[in-house]
Design a protein around this ligand. Sequence first.
Ligand code: ATP
Ligand code: MG
Length: 277
Amino acid sequence: MIKIVKNSLIFMAVEKYNKENNIKSKEPAGPPQKSKALSTRASMENIDKNLVSIKKPYSMEADLFKVLRGKILFPVSGNPPRSILVTSAVPGDGKSFIASNLAVNMAQNIDETVLLVDCDLRQPRIHKNFGFNSVKGLSEHLSNHTRLGDLLLKTMVDKLTLLPAGKPPANPSEILSSAKMADLIDDLKSRYDNRYLIIDSPPSCMAPETSAIAKRVDGIIVVIKCGSTPLDLLDEMINNLGKEKFIGAVINQYDMPTSRYYGYRRYSKYYKKYSKG
Ligand SMILES: Nc1ncnc2c1ncn2[C@@H]1O[C@H](COP(=O)(O)OP(=O)(O)OP(=O)(O)O)[C@@H](O)[C@H]1O
Ligand SMILES: [Mg+2]
């Protein structure tokens, strides 16, 4: 299920799960900490079922995000990245799913706080994963100067705050590639030194703004949908975004019987190409 190809980098597989609505859980479902219902605006039943780190914190699926967290926070060499972009080459690979679960898992298990930013202004998803309906967010901050403090959302997880995408604008590429956006990321990174920043993004081969965001972060995690993400697009993406920031790949929707022959090994060989050292 999980394979580390190179110690200094993450390379892991997240299985495709609940195919038959059958999440195997070692312990009863429920949030790992007391829910602060009064301080959140979303209730447990509105949380997306695939947000396993909240819905099924003791499941095998949630455990995979603990492994991912460990790989990020305790790299074999160097310091852990404080700002992490989660992206993929094409739509639907599982970026928002990975970013959301990773953010929850980090916030539940470290002393620092986590800010999860939805930079996919085209297909915003993060607020829905956390059970919010349409909300204002980054888009309103960048275009209307709405104060950031009025846009941040508390979640069920004490140390996790969301900056949702907001209403999709007509010009997502322009506003996310603007100097104002660059300043915002720099500000979010530097304002609190005890905070991790996790950024969800649109597919990089289709949305030029992902490259602009990549320039401001410390590290990039690439999500690969097992058996479907084209290798030539991956090459193009990693070269465009900057190999030096590439901290790892997550093979998503790994389906053991077919992946063994078709998907996983193919990506594993490819991955070695980008391994450092
Ligand atoms: N390993 C998985 N097992 C089960 N469901 C998954 C898995 N990964 C992703 N999904 C589900 O697949 C759907 C698409 O995932 P997600 O929205 O995260 O993709 P995305 O890459 O962010 O898409 P987009 O490019 O449109 O932003 C979601 O409903 C998500 O919950
Ligand atoms: Mg998404």
